[in-house]
Design a binder for this molecule. Structure first.
Ligand SMILES: Nc1ncnc2c1ncn2[C@@H]1O[C@H](COP(=O)(O)OP(=O)(O)OP(=O)(O)O)[C@@H](O)[C@H]1O
Ligand SMILES: [Mg+2]
Length: 256
């Protein structure tokens, strides 16, 4: 099952969700592939101690003949580069920004990733794709190949602005309004009662597409970015670890 973590808004937790969910699924014994489709490479830095210069998602998207197996690397964490069982990654680096410009004019440009993934998708239970904060050729490739779209959102006044445009983009790529998506509520601070109520009200029309798990605001999650580790490794007893374990179970229930 191919899940993409999508929102054109920046800083809503896409990479946090992609990396921690991928780790959680792998820990649960699911064969998992994380694909970093963002030139910022925030997912890559968690699982590759050095940013790979070659054999990245850039080469994959720019060359039809490129063997996808050459871009799939074992995920590793920590200073001693401990391999993560069941988890592989197709990394990104900053060059992906240039690649994106170059492939924009190709025919069938929206199918480039899909055509590569087709060759290996049976080797994995879950393929998780981290998207950049924009609607461009990279996100279009992710949308085209996705089975389920996860849209993380945070608890802010303007969090849901632009969601109608996002749905329209998805509909244009999928050529149907009947696509599968789930909204994931992230970064909830129980002290902010009024803004929580405001956002919950705004989400009411989407009640059938809300993931039950809510990821609370948690300092351990924030720290993981600085330590380049999944939260379940950084602080297994944190709320963050607890919430991501719960989310993993919920995703597995959708995927099977
Ligand atoms: N539940 C949470 N609790 C605390 N901090 C969080 C939480 N979720 C995300 N963050 C922090 O918010 C920041 C943005 O998260 P992240 O990088 O995952 O967002 P993003 O949507 O991938 O951003 P971009 O659009 O730039 O790719 C990071 O510093 C991250 O550590
Ligand atoms: Mg990101």
């Amino acid at each position: 099952m191919k899940l993409i973590i999508l929102n054109q808004k920046g800083g809503v937790g896409k990479s946090t969700v992609a990396t921690n969910m991928a780790y959680g699924l792998a820990l649960s014994g699911k064969r998992t592939l994380l694909v970093d489709l963002d030139p910022q490479a925030h997912s890559t830095v968690i699982f590759c101690s050095d940013l790979p210069k070659t054999n990245t998602v850039s080469e994959l998207l720019s060359k039809k003949s490129f063997k996808i197996g050459d871009a799939i690397q074992e995920a590793k964490i920590g200073d001693n580069e401990e391999p993560v069982k069941n988890l592989s990654i197709i990394p990104a680096n900053i060059h992906l920004a240039i690649t994106a410009e170059q492939i924009t004019t190709k025919i069938h440009r929206e199918k480039l990733l899909h055509n590569h993934l087709k060759k290996i998708e049976n080797d994995f239970d879950f393929i998780i794709i981290d998207c950049p904060p924009s609607v461009n050729v990279l996100t279009v490739n992710a949308i085209y190949t996705s089975d389920l779209i996860i849209i993380p959102t945070i608890y802010g006044r303007y969090s849901l602005d632009g969601i109608a445009d996002l749905f329209q983009s998805i509909e244009d790529v999928k050529e149907t309004s009947d696509f599968k998506y789930m909204i994931l509520r992230n970064n909830r601070d129980s002290r902010n009662k009024l803004s929580n109520e405001f956002v919950e009200e705004q989400l009411a029309p989407f009640k059938n597409n809300l993931l039950q798990t809510i990821i609370r605001r948690n300092e351990a999650i924030n720290q993981t970015q600085m330590n380049n580790e999944p939260v379940m490794v950084f602080d297994p007893r944190s709320y963050g670890a607890e919430d991501f374990k719960k989310l993993t179970r919920e995703i597995i229930s959708y995927g099977s």
